[in-house]
Write a protein that binds this ligand. Structure first.
Ligand SMILES: [Zn+2]
Ligand SMILES: [Zn+2]
Length: 238
């Protein structure tokens, strides 16, 4: 049976964005903020533009790098920044534009390939990774796992729970919310656990009285905004 769910929070680390900067780099940066002009600062750190940012989602590591040519007809389309091993060592892309209005321009191919001199807007890989994290998080629910205290202080089987060592506990009927009540055989402490989803669908819902009408409106395809108005439901700004 499914456990009760709650919305995921930042602490659940559903998506882990790996900071592209080391602690030393952050320290240096904080020093440079004071000493350099905006232009000098931009020049010093401009290569970070081409550095991929990693994040883990469901145990898999992903890397994103959006600063590359976006023109599908160009030879450089989708390719990472590269320094060519020819005379003067040109790069595949160079940063152009003034102020915050920057783009990357495709430099010619030293071998004479079809490079179209495209301009592509720059993006912050790090910000995109953070946005992916936010989108996944607001669409994720986690099981509620409260910290139960199944024992009185100093109980000799104090580490056990009914989930890991059922034989240390008596089952003592059901709570008002129809969840199981347990009693430790040693210290005699009673504990109620949270009900499972099917035992109490209205648990933790402050206005369970509106559920039938809510269901009816959903099934009759009333728009969500209208449904919220009718039921007096207002979202909490986060
Ligand atoms: Zn291009
Ligand atoms: Zn106990």
């Amino acid at each position: 049976m499914a456990n009760l769910k709650r919305l995921a929070t930042k602490e659940d680390n559903v998506v882990n964005v790996l900071s592209p900067l080391t602690m030393d780099e952050i320290t240096n940066r904080n020093k440079d903020y004071q000493h350099l002009t905006p232009k000098q600062f931009g020049t010093r750190y401009s290569q970070l533009l081409f550095q991929p940012v990693g994040f883990t989602l469901n145990g898999t590591e992903h890397r994103i790098q959006y600063n590359h040519c976006a023109n599908p007809y160009c030879l450089w389309h989708g390719l990472p920044q590269l320094k060519f091993e020819t005379k003067r060592k040109p790069s595949r892309y160079r940063l152009t534009g003034s102020g915050t209005d920057k783009s990357i321009k495709c430099n010619p191919d030293p071998k004479g390939g079809a490079v179209l001199g495209c301009y592509t807007n720059t993006l912050s890989n790090w910000s995109i990774a953070e946005e992916i994290e936010r989108l996944v998080r607001v669409n994720t629910v986690q099981e509620q796992q409260p910290d139960y205290e199944f024992h009185k202080e100093g109980c000799s089987v104090g580490e056990t729970t009914p989930f890991t060592a059922a034989k240390e506990f008596y089952k003592r009927g059901k709570s008002k919310a129809k969840s199981q009540r347990y009693q430790c055989k040693t210290c005699k402490k009673f504990t109620n656990v949270l009900p499972k989803g099917r035992q109490a669908i209205t648990y933790h819902q402050q206005r369970s009285d509106i559920l039938p009408l809510f269901m009816k409106l959903l099934l009759s395809r009333a728009p969500i905004t209208r449904t919220c108005e009718i039921l007096g439901m207002y979202s909490v700004q986060m």
